[in-house]
Design a protein around this ligand. Sequence first.
Ligand code: SF4
Ligand code: SF4
Length: 114
Amino acid sequence: MNKSMNSAEMGKPKKWQDVPMGGIAFGASAEAVETGQWRSMRPVWDGEKCISCLLCWNQCPDRSILTDASGKVTGIDTFYCKGCGICAHLCPKKAIEMRPESEFTGPGAGAKGE
Ligand code: SF4
Ligand code: SF4
């Protein structure tokens, strides 16, 4: 069996046909994976302050801002949210606060009113 090469040994391919074939996991979908588990900071939304301007909804890279049928923001879906903080940074009403994930997952989780 040939020893497999690492990227330094392969060198720079001269044409695309020289690039080694990559692997694809057929049937896999990121939709079913709770990628929000990578998060270290959690956005906490305050419905009293929110004016549903949709700035956060428009800019969230993980489609995690929830809206109702009339287009009003109703909360944040933490299933995919990575805690990047873009929503909190953009919010003109300071209606989203980033808090350490450890407040929600460690001992006493949920004790802060979530
Ligand atoms: S940016 Fe702020 S005010 Fe605007 S919809 Fe999002 S949470 Fe509400
Ligand atoms: S923290 Fe980032 S990923 Fe999470 S809801 Fe806000 S913008 Fe989206």
